[in-house]
Design a protein around this ligand. Structure first.
Ligand code: SF4
Length: 554
């Protein structure tokens, strides 16, 4: 394999600490763990050619293990969990022992408007190559399962024709970008971030300079006042704001991330105009590449650097070493306004309407996406966007077609007027396909929603429920009203699937992490009754207008 074209180091060197954390800018260029070694051995982007020219032709057994469990991720491919291993095996077996010969494939949408043709392409890929699977993820991706390596070239060809890609959908790379699902159409939008998102994609996706980061790097951009891209939980976020002198632009936040050491993103206190967002993004990702910690994977996220440096130093390094200019200070960025999920019918600035629709916990299917593409065509809809809440927003619906379209959407199971439970429940991949999972999530969430709809049919306030299969918090455990972290719990002397409960987490105006109470562990089988008891207490004790998280934190 060829040597990796190593990205250039940062210009200035800082004092080298006694025991380095693998920061390139401090001179630690020798790999300190096997992940770093693998990236140095060969640029992960090179695996694309081997998939096309070798592995897809010779089959699964021909795949170099270093590609299979490492570099494949840069192409959006992970081996999925082999059937038959329960959650107790997750910690006991090596990851490769849980490998199946099938793959999960993640396709990034990056906030773009998906035309009927694109939605149809996504659907038919599910039908033809993925046993009809397709999930909407909370990173605005479509995620497939049961993919064979032999089919990957044909899938990529179809994605390419539809203007879509799985490039860097996983791996230590610029992961899929979150864009506002209502960019360019919402009446109350501060600024449309679409040009900046497109420019970042055009300039930097697949660029070897940014394909060997310490770990994943998550981006979010929105100009909507609700802050609808969960900016608190991304490595870098650009959030619409109006500067008193300079007008609309973006507030820059850095260092958000959940998992086992959750941290909310912090505001740098600067204002970035639309045409400078891409350069500022490059500055932030370059700081991460050069100064990010590479010794321990558990410390290799930007949030740890931001925590250690503080925002003042981060801003100073960004300005002096990477942008070579001072940024405009932004004295009073706005607080978020309104609900973020865009569910239901909303008038656009051009007089048309957008409709947010809710699959249950993000689960759709190839067939359902094809049906959705049919409706988009039949009703003359401009297209669809995916949301960070595992939902879909249809853009550009004529006023006189809203009602008949809602009825047809209901008929295929994609409601634009869902219950509070269906609207506010998310679930990660879970034990069905994820090798790190301890418990089932998607099916559990589906059954939970059905049962809570039966028990609380008229719930009049949002209560978010995020179901996660392990501590990694892919479905944002810590920022839900009821956050569920999958683990084994004891029941009648036996270990069974269950959850640690986090109560009262939130993003937005009252952003904070949910309380983790030692006693709040529940078996998966007992989840319906546990949530019922908590919600009944809330409904009995709440004051007028009081939200669930505020009640928990009283
Ligand atoms: Fe897998 Fe855990 Fe992430 Fe769920 S939270 S998708 S189980 S790694």
């Amino acid at each position: 394999m060829s040597d990796q074209a190593a990205p250039s180091p940062a210009p200035a060197k800082r004092p080298r600490p006694k025991r380095g954390e693998g920061q390139w800018a401090l001179g630690y260029r020798e790999p300190l763990n096997k992940n770093e070694q693998s990236k140095k051995d060969d640029n992960p982007l090179n695996v694309r050619a081997r998939i096309l020219n070798v592995y897809s032709k010779r089959g699964f057994a021909s795949i170099d293990p270093a590609d299979l469990r490492g570099r494949f991720r840069w192409m959006g491919l992970y081996t999925q969990r082999a059937p038959g291993f329960d959650g107790g095996k997750t910690a006991m077996l090596e990851e490769e022992e849980l490998d199946d010969e099938f793959f999960m494939l993640r396709v990034r949408s990056d906030g773009q408007l998906l035309t009927a043709a694109a939605v149809r392409a996504l659907g038919t890929i599910g039908v033809d190559f993925a046993r009809d699977t397709a999930d909407v993820t909370d990173r605005e991706n479509i995620q497939y399962h049961w993919i064979r390596i032999e089919d990957v070239p044909a899938i990529w060809e179809r994605l390419d024709e539809a203007g879509l890609s799985s490039l860097e959908a996983c791996g230590d790379s610029p992961r899929p970008f979150l864009g506002s699902p209502v960019a360019g159409v919402a009446r109350d939008e501060i600024i449309d971030g679409t040009p900046a998102l497109e420019e970042i994609g055009r300039r930097y996706l697949g660029d070897p300079e940014y394909s060997n980061l310490p770990r994943k790097f998550k981006t979010a951009i929105t100009g909507h006042p609700s802050h609808d891209v969960s900016p608190e939980t991304n490595d870098v976020s650009f959030v619409g704001t109006v500067h008193p002198e300079h007008g609309p632009g973006f507030d820059l936040w850095v260092g958000g991330g959940l998992s086992t050491n959750p941290m909310l993103a912090q505001k740098l206190g600067v204002w970035i105009p639309l045409d400078e967002v891409a350069a500022a993004w490059e500055g932030v990702i370059s700081i991460f590449r050069d100064y990010g910690y590479r010794r321990l994977r558990s410390r290799a996220r930007l949030k740890f650097l931001v925590q250690d440096w503080g925002v003042e130093k981060f801003r100073e390094v960004l300005e002096t070493e990477y942008l070579q200019r001072e940024l405009v200070s932004n004295p009073s960025p706005p607080s978020p306004v309104g609900h973020r999920d865009h569910i239901g019918v909303h008038e656009q600035k051009d007089g048309k309407f957008y409709i947010g629709i809710a699959p249950t916990a993000g689960r759709v299917s190839g067939t359902l996406l094809v049906q959705l593409a049919d409706l988009i065509e039949e009703f003359g809809v401009a297209g669809a966007r995916l949301t960070p809440y595992q939902k879909i927003v249809l853009i550009g619906v004529d006023g006189d077609r809203v009602q008949p379209l809602l009825d047809r959407l209901d008929a295929i199971g994609l409601s634009g007027r869902p219950s509070q439970w269906r609207r506010n429940t998310m679930a990660c991949t879970g034990i069905e396909f994820c090798k790190l999972a301890i418990v089932d999530t998607k099916n559990r969430a589906r059954d939970l929603v059905a049962e809570l709809e039966r028990r609380f049919p008229d719930l009049d306030t949002p209560i978010t429920v995020n179901v996660n299969g392990c501590p990694n918090a892919c479905a944002r455990t810590q920022v839900a009203d009821i956050g569920l972290k999958g683990q084994l719990v004891m029941s009648d002397g036996e270990q069974v699937e269950g959850f640690q409960v986090h109560l009262g987490g939130a993003t937005g105006l009252h952003a904070n992490f949910g309380r983790k109470l030692r006693a709040h562990k529940v078996t998966s089988a007992g989840l319906d009754d546990y949530i019922t008891a908590v919600v009944e207490s809330f409904l009995a004790e709440r004051t007028e207008g009081e939200l669930f998280a505020a009640w928990v934190l009283r």
